[in-house]
Design a protein around this ligand. Structure first.
Ligand code: GLA
Length: 356
């Protein structure tokens, strides 16, 4: 019996920067997905989701996305990626248990992919570099789920460290863990709003960023700074210019925020979170009225240092940076601002691992 565990993540700062070869700060949260099971020699794939009360049956020889059990695709895609890399694997019987709320902006999808990748490599005796495991999760999401995501979610789930933020340079893939000030806590507020077109909106934003980079003659928006953007961006279609403004601004904010964290300046860090949200609202247009109300409510709450949407956007969750002791007041304010909002307090936790 092998058990793997991978946590969810929260994006602290750096929105949609990952696929622009940019900078991002995240944490692994203290909840995640646990897979327990045994390898099978007959190539069968049997998955059971404890929370959904559903079972999937398939086989390694017929790996294809399942329309009937979309949740199984997060595992199937990972099995497929090991095979595409020519890595020998067998079948598996797995039970999935998760204490991560689904669709709450904590990337339960990457946690499931990462847990699967850790489980497979342990079961079939591989030892891939952690970054390669993250790439397997990302590629499986591209092929089996259809979201052209970057690497933020998977890297955060793998490289997270208790009490630390994870700083990721998505060009060099340098990953550093920076200590979080001891009295800073995180509240995740899940608005419960889920827009049906998230995948296509996400992919459209990515395409706009790529178009902007191309117009500047650079491989990625990471290569453009705000001075150049404002001096030369006038030739871009107005929407594309706004998308680029968000990415360029986010990269600059993350660079500044990493320095603030190193100096323990939580209040100034929080101001950058508010600025990030404002840019999502105005430039990237990946917020929604409910998330805007949550951020406004946070701004007016004593002890709340910063708030912004976390993750892809178009619904989902906000992350709030709050002084220890002010969590309950903040949660009450958020739940009053957007009825149906579900809040949880998390600290920064350790990344994925084999448990047994
Ligand atoms: C989703 C994607 C990530 C990243 C964020 C936005 O979580 O999976 O790769 O692009 O959105 O920063």
């Amino acid at each position: 019996m092998i058990t793997s565990f991978a946590p969810g993540r929260a994006e602290l700062l750096g929105n949609h920067t990952d696929y622009n070869a940019g900078l991002v700060l995240s944490i692994a949260v203290d909840r995640g997905v646990r897979l327990t099971g045994t390898a099978r020699a007959d190539g069968k794939l049997l998955f059971r989701s404890r929370e959904l009360g559903q079972a999937y049956e398939g086989s390694l020889d017929a790996l294809a996305p399942s329309a009937e059990h979309p949740w199984a695709n997060y595992l199937l895609g990972v099995f497929d990626e090991f095979r595409r890399r020519g890595l020998a694997i067998g079948g598996a019987e797995l039970e999935i248990a998760s204490n991560l709320p689904l669709g709450a902006g904590l990337s339960s999808s990457a946690a499931l992919e990462t847990s699967t990748a850790f489980w497979i490599q342990q079961a079939f005796g591989h030892a891939l570099p952690p970054l390669e495991l993250a790439r397997i999760g990302q590629a499986s999401e591209h092929r089996f789920v259809g979201v052209m995501c970057g690497l933020l979610d998977q890297i955060s789930s793998i490289f997270g460290k208790a009490g630390h933020a994870t700083f990721i340079d998505c060009r060099s893939f340098e990953v550093r863990n920076l200590p979080i000030p001891a009295n800073a806590k995180f509240v995740i507020a899940n608005s419960g709003v889920k827009h049906s077109l998230v995948a296509s909106e996400y992919n459209q934003r990515r395409a706009a960023c790529e178009a902007a980079a191309q117009a500047f003659g650079v491989p990625f928006l990471r290569d453009v700074d705000s001075r150049r953007l404002e001096a030369e961006g006038g030739a871009l279609p107005p929407d594309v210019l706004k998308r680029a403004r968000h990415i360029v601004g986010e990269n600059e904010r993350v660079a500044e925020a990493a320095g603030l964290l190193a100096r323990g300046e939580a209040a100034a860090f929080g101001q950058l979170m508010f600025a990030s949200h404002e840019s999502s609202r105005v430039n990237f247009e990946n917020s929604c009225p409910e998330l805007d109300r949550l951020v406004e409510a946070a701004r007016g709450t004593p002890g709340c240092l910063g708030a912004r949407l976390s993750g892809g956007g178009f619904g989902g969750a906000t992350i709030n940076l709050v002084e220890a002791g002010a969590e309950a007041g903040l949660i009450a304010a958020l739940e009053a601002a957007v009825p149906g909002t579900a809040c949880l307090v998390t600290s920064a936790a350790d990344g994925a691992r084999i448990e047994a």
